[in-house]
Design a protein around this ligand. Structure first.
Ligand code: NAG
Ligand code: NAG
Ligand code: NAG
Ligand code: NAG
Length: 835
């Protein structure tokens, strides 16, 4: 408080000194009489936030008159007057005429730019307000609405809080953005972002006249295509739509926030928030490929979490199936069966969408959904309807006629649209159901019931499987007993012949290689047993994992699993060379990685210096690819269940290789979302649903991956993370920083001079998406890879699971023994609980 006051005082003092020197007036007002701003002079707004004067962009000699943030060194410009007519020397002068017109003149007193007013002025004054608005008003008129002229009415490339983006219907005045030509050339570029009043109004981003992106109509809460415009404590968004005006506006609810929306020279519409501590602009809501206008053609939706991204709507099929398969979706989809019209048509509800292009639409804001539906049914060319306003259960009626274009699937919006199809389409089973179920599974509305159904099916399936297994085992035991009685134990040779494919090692050979499993050779211990380093007689170095003896699986199944897992080959996976089975003893033999594991590099001050940012980013990407291979690309679907820094090994070139995968399979676990009574994993990496309920799925691995990425960025362990200011876990800490736009503060000291801001911010953002509390919210690994590979928009992460780490001990640790053990040696814990 005191600091703030002092600061204000300081600014105020310097400001007063400044004004008296340059303008010798008592207020922040330039009067007409003899007042001017010459090149070299600047005027500061009363609150000290903005400054105006002549400037040259970096790398340019041209001079412009503009307004910029006073205390922000990077991309500070928010408005430029003479965009088209720069000065070529520093002789510019800005003056106000007696009529209240602002003029800029050059060396020869030639006017190169002027403002425009329609009213007559009486003793006009000019003022740079602390909102960044440059206004001309009559001295005796205090009403801000009565400005003769204001720069806010002539937006350049940026929208500041308090500005309007839209249209005055009465005067036709259009508030819209035009990009700069390039980052050092403020002249109008190719891109514009402006309202289109046809149908239900929307904003369009155009390159020259070609539509690139559509915001979608305002639905009472946000633009339909901007799910990130959520109600939040920092910024309030709004839309005014009446018979005089339609415009979008935003306000910052916290005065310390510096925020602007910019149409960038490369055609992106982005919100930026200034992160003072890191001294950079943080972008919110990047655009992605699904934002490309009409990417999927008519009657299709784009889902960035899907591969391929385009899917036909229910009841529609690709118009050109061949092109569609080759990912040329522009032909769109067509009805499988023609509309019946009137009584023979029905509507199906499509949830979580960006509604189709509304340029040809019709609306009435006082009708309800039922009236809307019957109105749509009456007109055979009406193809869809929805509410105009989704607040409070929805109201208003919006009708579409003709093709439905540019829809997109979101996970986090509650907007529905009702799409017309012939009734028989809804009765008969749908051949395209599979893809639709996928798309529909994302809608929040029916998710709950679906989860129940799926869980039920899974439980049934698991039960059936269990029964089958028990029967099988009984049969098998009998058989073995019979065999044993009849022929005696089978010789080792015989069984090896039988499994020619199985890479198999003799126990004696491994014992010799590992110095009889001596403590000196022990590399560490994972959830399934200790690992030893060894050297085979042929000189090959190996790592031997000795599985602890609680496998519930029979020998043949175990061999089978090892055979399959040995076939998994990916450059980001440690290679399984084979196994060793001797009586009760089971061992897995891996290639040896000389460079230790990632945790050694990450959490030790010495070696951590070796990992600069490019190497760390390379490692993150490698782990993601390895995990994707396990989850999806290999023939088996493998859930790792114990992904952590200790299980990521590094080769000579510091390429990451995931180890310890597939071992859960060797213990006879089925690999899908399932509940297990053996919880294998490591505190700090375990997802909430796994740690507390033993529920695991690929999304539990995604969670662990998210934790790992945060550890790689920060160089801190999630487990045991302590911060002097709060008691959040590393995840909670990262999320808090992210919410405050200070994600860069996370980065590890050794990376400070090698990091790439965009990569770091993206890594943190993606990791926060991965560690969200609900598994359904987390992206799949394929989406993660896509997110790393593109610079498209990312959804806003929800609060992570285990926001404060302490929870996990209080709620989930049934015995303090486990906690102790894992605190001391940081190894995996295996919780055996009967459920
Ligand atoms: C000034 O306003 C007039 C009519 O109001 C318009 O024709 C003219 O183009 C405007 N000039 C500028 C520079 O905006
Ligand atoms: C940023 O922080 C510094 C002190 O750390 C302060 O002087 C400056 O006014 C701040 N800038 C903004 C734009 O808040
Ligand atoms: C909108 O619907 C209401 C209720 O049906 C009706 O009274 C009103 O006239 C309609 N307005 C327009 C512009 O059609
Ligand atoms: C159906 O709506 C379209 C578009 O508004 C209109 O041109 C057409 O006349 C309507 N047809 C009927 C039968 O109302």
């Amino acid at each position: 408080m005191l600091m703030a006051n002092l600061l204000t005082l300081l600014i105020w003092c310097s400001y007063v000194v400044y004004i008296s020197r340059v303008l010798s007036t008592a207020a922040d007002i330039l009067t007409t009489a003899n007042r001017s701003i010459r090149d070299g002079e600047t005027v500061v707004s009363a609150g000290g936030n903005f400054e105006m004067g002549f400037f040259s962009p970096v790398d340019s000699k041209k001079r412009y008159f503009g307004i910029w943030y006073k205390r922000i060194p990077i991309d500070p410009f928010v408005w430029v007057a003479n965009r088209d007519t720069p000065l070529t020397d520093s002789s510019g002068v800005l003056k106000v005429t007696d009529h209240g017109i602002l003029v800029i003149s050059n060396r020869t007193n030639h006017i190169i730019w002027s403002s425009n007013i329609s009213r007559s002025a009486h003793d006009p004054v000019v003022q740079l307000l602390d909102s960044g608005n440059l206004v001309v008003r009559n001295r005796n008129e205090g009403n801000p609405e009565d400005n003769l002229w204001q720069s806010f009415d002539y937006p350049c490339h940026a929208i500041l809080p308090g500005m309007k983006l839209g249209r005055n219907i009465i005067t036709g005045h259009d508030w819209y953005l035009t990009s700069w030509k390039s980052s050092d050339d403020p002249s109008p570029g190719d891109y514009t972002y402006r309202f289109d009043p046809n149908g239900f109004p929307q904003e369009f981003l155009r390159s020259n006249s070609v539509v690139q992106f559509r915001s979608g109509p305002w639905n009472g809460v946000r633009f339909s295509g901007f799910p990130q415009q959520k109600p939040n404590p920092l910024i309030k968004y709004g839309f005014v739509f009446n018979k005089n005006e339609m415009y979008y506006f935003c306000e910052t609810l916290d005065n310390s926030i510096v925020s602007k929306v910019v149409l960038t020279p490369n055609g992106m519409i982005q919100r930026f928030i200034w992160a003072n501590l890191t001294g950079s602009w943080n972008a919110y809501g990047n655009m992605d490929s699904c934002d490309r206008y009409g990417l999927c053609g008519a009657y299709a939706t784009c889902d960035i979490n899907n591969l391929p991204v385009c899917v036909c709507l229910r009841g529609f099929v690709p118009k050109y199936p061949k092109h569609w398969k080759r990912t040329d979706w522009s032909g769109g989809c067509v009805r499988r069966r023609p509309l019946g019209c009137e009584n023979r048509d029905e509507f199906f509800k499509h949830s979580g969408v960006k509604v189709p292009d509304t340029r040809g639409s019709w609306f009435n804001e006082s009708m309800n959904l039922e009236e809307c539906r019957s109105l749509c049914l009456k007109n055979c060319s009406c193809t869809a309807y929805t509410n105009t306003d989704i607040r409070g259960g929805g109201r208003g009626c919006l009708l579409w006629f003709g093709d439905l274009i540019d829809m997109r699937q979101f996970t986090e919006t509650e907007q529905d649209v009702y799409i017309r199809v012939v009734a028989s389409e809804l009765e008969s089973p749908d051949p395209a159901k599979k893809t639709e179920i996928k798309a529909k599974a994302r809608s929040n509305v029916k998710k709950r019931t679906r989860v129940v159904v799926i869980t039920f099916l899974l439980i049934t399936a698991t039960l059936l499987l269990g029964i089958a297994l028990i029967l099988y085992k009984k049969r098998r035991k009998k058989q073995i007993r019979r065999e044993n009685l009849g022929h005696g134990p089978r010789s080792n040779n015989e069984s090896r012949k039988e499994d020619l494919e199985l890479p198999s090692f003799e126990l004696a050979a491994l014992a010799a290689a590992t110095n009889n499993f001596s403590v000196d050779n022990k590399l560490g211990e994972g959830g399934f047993g200790p690992v030893y380093k060894g050297m085979l007689k042929v000189g090959q170095q190996i790592a031997v994992k000795r599985l602890s003896r609680n496998s519930r699986q029979g020998l043949p199944e175990f061999k089978n699993e090892v055979k399959y897992i040995a076939r998994l080959q990916h450059r980001n996976l440690v290679k399984l060379l084979g196994c060793c089975i001797h009586k009760e003893e089971r061992m897995l033999v891996y290639e040896y990685m000389p460079n230790k594991s990632l945790d050694y590099f990450l959490f030790d001050e010495g070696p951590s210096v070796l990992l600069n940012w490019p190497k760390r980013f390379h490692i993150i990407n490698g782990i993601a690819r390895g995990l994707l291979y396990l989850h999806q690309d290999s023939r088996l679907r493998i859930i790792h269940r114990d992904l952590k820094a200790d299980n990521v090994l590094l080769d000579y070139e510091l390429n990451p290789k995931i180890s310890d995968f597939g071992i859960a399979r060797c213990f006879g676990e089925t690999e899908s979302t399932a509940s297990t009574n053996i919880v294998v994993g490591t505190y700090g990496y375990m997802s909430p649903e796994y740690a507390s309920e033993g529920l695991y799925s690929v999304k539990s691995d995604v969670y662990s991956f998210g934790v790992l990425v945060l550890e790689i960025v920060s160089g801190k362990r999630n487990r045991g993370f302590r911060h002097p200011d709060h008691c959040h876990s590393l995840l909670g800490h990262a999320w808090t920083l992210y919410m405050e736009g200070r994600s860069l503060e996370l980065i590890d000291v050794p990376v400070k001079d090698s990091y790439n801001t965009i990569e770091v911010l993206r890594s943190v953002h993606i990791s926060l998406l991965c560690v969200q509390h609900c598994p359904e919210d987390r992206p799949s690994m394929s989406s993660v890879i896509l997110m790393f590979g593109s610079d498209g928009a990312l959804p806003h992460p929800k609060q992570p699971g285990f926001f404060a780490e302490r929870n996990i001990y209080e709620t989930n640790t049934s015995s303090s023994k486990h906690e102790q053990r894992s605190t001391i040696n940081e190894f995996s814990i295996t919780l055996l609980e009967a459920r």
